[in-house]
Design a protein around this ligand. Structure first.
Ligand SMILES: [Zn+2]
Length: 243
């Protein structure tokens, strides 16, 4: 009897015995890095912000609102959306995917009407341009994404100067969202907060992500197939779980 009881107490899955302490160590390491924020810990299974070059899931050009990028997940050097175009926004020439231009102009016009002059300081950046930016920014690993890992390469992301307070309140209505909001620190987003960096998701999705209280990276992670197996339940509801 005693023998079988001892056996019952042993983990049925040999791998889990190792996995649990590893996850605990990883979680502790992430919490040590938290420092500046008192918000809840990262969702279970959110990958560490390690530098790697794993192909990002959902990186087809028509999956622009699903593509998750971080220091480990990359678009690769050849990712260049076919519908990129040059346009003038607020007197500046910028390169963006075609469908982002109208909502961006609408948003900046609305801001201007309310007295906020906002300009675009950066839009699409190719792999090569990101390479040059990184080379010119030594020691800024937590601020400048490595080539292939920048959302600017998606062609849907802009850096905006001016009106940051207005944007924080209104951008999601126009489909734009901060990728690295102040409320979700580097342990969630992998980067320091950037009040100027807005990625286009379309109004419906941008507002859903905003209402979830999660950063876009966490929200997208909850939709990845790898994350679907854990205890989040349905990925859409799961993304909302810690509001
Ligand atoms: Zn940016």
């Amino acid at each position: 009897m005693l023998k079988s009881e001892v056996k019952v107490e042993r983990s049925p899955a040999p791998g889990l015995g190792l996995l649990v302490p590893i996850l605990a160590i990883a979680a502790a390491a992430l919490l040590v890095g938290a420092g500046r924020t008192t918000a809840s810990p990262p969702p279970t299974g959110l990958p560490a912000c390690e530098a790697a070059d794993r192909p990002a899931p959902h990186r087809a050009y028509d999956e622009w609102d699903e593509t998750m990028l971080d220091p480990a997940l990359t678009l690769g050097p050849d990712y260049r959306p076919p519908d990129l175009g040059e346009t003038t926004v607020g007197g500046r020439r910028v390169t963006l995917r075609a469908f982002v231009v109208a909502p961006l102009k609408t948003m900046l016009d609305a801001a201007a009407t309310e007295g906020h002059a906002i300009s675009v300081t950066s839009a699409y950046r190719s792999f090569g341009e990101q390479e040059r930016l990184v080379a010119a920014s030594p020691g800024l690993n937590d601020e400048v994404a490595r080539p292939g890992h920048s959302e600017h390469q998606l062609g849907t992301t802009v850096d905006l100067a001016g009106g940051h307070g207005w944007l924080r309140v209104n951008a999601s209505r126009y489909g734009f969202l901060l990728s690295f909001p102040a409320g979700r620190g580097p342990q969630w987003t992998c980067y320091r907060d950037e009040p100027w960096h807005f990625r286009y998701f379309g109004p419906k999705r941008a507002q859903a992500i905003e209402q979830s209280g999660l950063s876009p990276r966490e929200w997208l992670w909850a939709r990845q197939p790898e994350a679907a197996d854990d205890s989040h339940g349905d990925s859409r509801d799961g993304a909302r779980r810690d509001g």
